[in-house]
Design a protein around this ligand. Sequence first.
Ligand code: GDP
Ligand code: CA
Length: 310
Amino acid sequence: MKIAVLTGGVGGARFLRGLVDAVDPAGVTAIVNVGDDLEVLGLAVSPDLDSVLYALAGVADEDRGWGRAGESWNALETVETLGGEAWFRLGDRDLGVHLVRTQGMRAGRPLSAVTARLAAALGVEPTLLPATDEPLRTWLDTPNGSFAFQDWFVARRHRDPVDRVRFEGATDARPAPGVLEALHEAELILIAPSNPFVSIGPILAVERIRSALERRRTPCVAVSPLIGGRAVKGPAADMLQRLQGGTTAAHVAQCYPGLIDVLVIDEADAADAEAVSALGVRALVAHTLMHDPAARRRLAEAALDAVAFA
Ligand code: GDP
Ligand code: CA
């Protein structure tokens, strides 16, 4: 079965791991956010692509929740000692990936081609695609100023309330090779339980991706990143409150107007189902906390079953 999944980093990566346990991984294409990408110490870093890559390669650090297992921090300690740029935590094993990516891109290869090589080298079976090969960067306008995504998220620990999310470069960005094909060929399109504003938003800011979704002939099922109106981790609930006016499942559905047929919501949000239906979106109630492999797989299966409701 061919499935295209729009995804951010950690939440999306957990969901994808469940999905590849439930279906043939070769049929899965992950279309990944690049709005968080940045340059650190001269290296091209793609945090969401790497979260997905590490999760699917089975080398992610499950306890820390980001980065690689068995990580060490010698290079970063040296950088710190030397007074270099150390605010963005890059482990030694992680750095190896950024070195290879940066070299590939300096040699003129697009991010999508470099990503394909990394995925193949790490034995990852699903197709991993950046939403676009062109620079698309997320900016947050806040009462305290405008910040590039990682300045806001990591350096300022997403403490500034967000008034507006902008995607620099999105107007001209073309989908990376394979993205539109994956969306057109998919028998099912999934939106992972990722942050709607800063993980899925940048992907949908690529005009031809959004219009492919608007004109889809196949069902699109999103999974809510909220449980009981709260984010499992990160700023999703705060952003929903401020930018969408609330944190119910209906507010999540409103992030994807005309783009989804079904929203998988948590049991804790079951009372929101009617309000979601009123928006023309079917609500499917499931257990959505992905605390272990079995739970991840069950959530993926629930999203697959949702096709019957679309
Ligand atoms: P990031 O790019 O690393 O921030 O990752 P994503 O945007 O893909 O994922 C962040 C979102 O995942 C947050 O809004 C979390 O609420 C959500 N999330 C994380 N774990 C779970 C889970 O087990 N279940 C659900 N439903 N959402 C989750
Ligand atoms: Ca991210």
